[in-house]
Design a protein around this ligand. Structure first.
Ligand code: URA
Length: 225
């Protein structure tokens, strides 16, 4: 369960950021949430407090959530990188590579229906290509992450909107669409491969009985983070 992944992450030494961090910033919010936000990396405030998005960018995130009737307690917030890069530099490819197992475990266990990627790093990682955020922001798409299909909704990073009014305007307009996108519910889930084979082998009535992938994995996690 999620607590086990957290216990592993908080003592992680998979990359050199473990030597300069104060603490691992695993993520916070409602582990049963349907909506997950993925930012870039902890900054100085996050590194000190052990929580994501607690600085100025976090305050803007809270405001934008509030404007659509949501609060932090309704969502789960994580970063691509769980440890602060020194001097707030961009994450290095080896750091993203070392850390991505934690993000994938978080998605598998939290089972969100929708993931908002905040900025270039999260968007490129979860879309699996190098297209920049300004070309894809506000364009929802169904993507399979691990064994789970989610609505992926790339957004500008709130830090980029802090000092650029036109970016803030675009981010706010994209936020306003979140409730309607959430109301669509979960996208159709991929079938586990071994059962898919059986369906192809002409056993169509099995389809209704397919077990949910990872059914029950989120048990007991509410309130842990
Ligand atoms: N704070 C975070 O936790 N993540 C970011 O990407 C930026 C600020």
């Amino acid at each position: 369960m999620l607590k086990e992944v957290y216990d592993e992450a908080r003592v992680c030494v998979r990359c050199p950021l473990s030597r300069t961090r104060t603490q691992v910033v695993f993520g916070s919010g409602n582990a049963d949430a349907g909506l997950m936000f993925v930012g870039e990396a902890p900054g100085a405030n996050e590194d000190k407090q052990g929580l994501p998005f607690v600085g100025q960018a976090g305050k803007l995130l809270d405001k934008l959530l509030d404007e659509i009737g949501l609060a932090r307690a309704d969502v789960f917030v994580v970063n691509v990188i769980k440890c602060r890069p020194p001097d707030n530099r961009d994450p290095h490819p080896n750091e993203i590579e070392s850390c991505q197992g934690y993000l994938r475990s978080q998605v598998r266990l939290i089972e969100p229906t929708m993931i908002c990627t905040l900025g270039n790093f999260a968007t490129k990682l979860l879309r699996g290509d190098t297209t920049g955020i300004s070309r894809v922001r506000g364009q929802e798409e169904v993507r399979t992450i691990g064994n789970r299909a989610v609505r992926l909704y790339p957004l500008y990073h709130p830090a980029a909107a802090l000092y650029t009014p036109s970016t803030l305007e675009a981010l706010r307009a994209d936020f306003e669409r979140i409730p309607a996108l959430l109301a669509l519910g979960a996208p159709e889930q991929p079938h586990p491969p071994e059962l898919e084979e059986q369906i192809v082998d002409d056993v169509p009535e099995l389809e209704d009985d397919l077990p949910e992938p990872e059914a029950g994995s989120a048990d007991g996690q509410l309130g842990l983070f």
